[in-house]
Design a protein around this ligand. Sequence first.
Ligand code: AMP
Length: 438
Amino acid sequence: MSFAALGLSEEIVRAVTERGYTEPTPIQAQAIPVVLSGRDLLAGAQTGTGKTAGFTLPILQRLSATTKPASGKAPIRSLILAPTRELAAQIEESVREYGKYLKLHSMMMFGGVNINPQIQKLRGRVDILVATPGRLLDHVQQRTVDLSHIEILVLDEADRMLDMGFIRDIKKILALLPRQRQNLLFSATFPDEIKLLADSMLNKPALVEVARQDATAELITQRVYPVDRERKRELLTHLIKEHNWHQVLVFTRTKHGANRLAEQLGKDGIPALAIHGNKSQAARTRALAEFKSGELQVLVATDIAARGIDIIELPHVVNFELPNVPEDYVHRIGRTGRAGSEGEASSLVCVDEHKLLRDIERLTKREVPVVQVPGFEPDPRIKAEPILNGQNRGQQNRGGGQRSRSQTPARSGGQLGNSRGGAGGGKPAHHRFGGRGR
Ligand code: AMP
């Protein structure tokens, strides 16, 4: 199937072809005709499936088909809400790129940066606005944005927005939109809250769902490396140097842990930077750009900060610490092995984390192969310690203590954990760790 066969215009197909896409992904093949028809859409798809183009392409097409006269102030016609600044920036970049042969104007808006340039930009023409909910409401309050002519609304990564506490903001925003409009809701999981939101905002939606790009993906090689709590950094340095890994995305549970690890890797001679919510937008953008270009070997991130990092063929994801919420493991490793390329997901697991690993394996219904690196065998005398506030005790002693996403309660529901093949979901993980000599 081609993009043209989906009913997209020549200008859009040209831009997509130049981007290097030859065929629509499954979510695109299903979602694009629905959106073009004007229907509401409820889509089950996570990052990595090509969902962004699944909604941006048909929105561009619909808006360009009925371009408003240039005279007078043209209203904002499409609003795309996203949970994080990174995701908003990436969606807007896609809108700009796919719409480069059209006469439509887009804008992104998010918090953490000066509001004045955004106010300035809103005075000009904006057809498509990509925003995070909080900053959009700041503009609403200041009466610097008019949402009364929105024709198409998108909620992207709706489950994440709910997780991050945006539900009230979203409801406030919904109340400001015209009743007559097209609604598209994208979510990776469908807990009850999402179902309620979908019921309240969607009008006879078409349902589209694609297989998750996740732990089941054959393209992702998963490994567990047993190691002592205090020797993780040493092992990580060893693995990166030994295998000459580049573009390594490393996850830690806390912002403090991310900073500290990036610093230590730097001392080991491995260029690394941390990104998380406490960093300025400029610092995050710079780190991402350097990471994408390959200049920066390692990017250390917390779960929230990593949302929306969009890099094709990200080869290595490392769980420096396992997440407390098993679904986060699936999200994390879903950042590798994308769009047909192979990837490796490595987890450094200490004695404190055996239960977390067991929960992950139960969820994904597969056992992750254990690889013991000689010289890093765990010392059997070291006993498990509870992981408090997202940190091991050893780390707490060194300060930090910010609330991390891993402390938020586990999401319920969703499509995780079903229809997975694979061996040995029931075998407790800790039986596979024998300590020294394995
Ligand atoms: P998304 O799920 O929208 O974050 O997209 C995941 C990745 O797939 C992005 O890097 C896109 O650039 C890429 N992508 C999207 N659509 C296609 C396509 N039709 N063919 C190949 N790659 C694509």
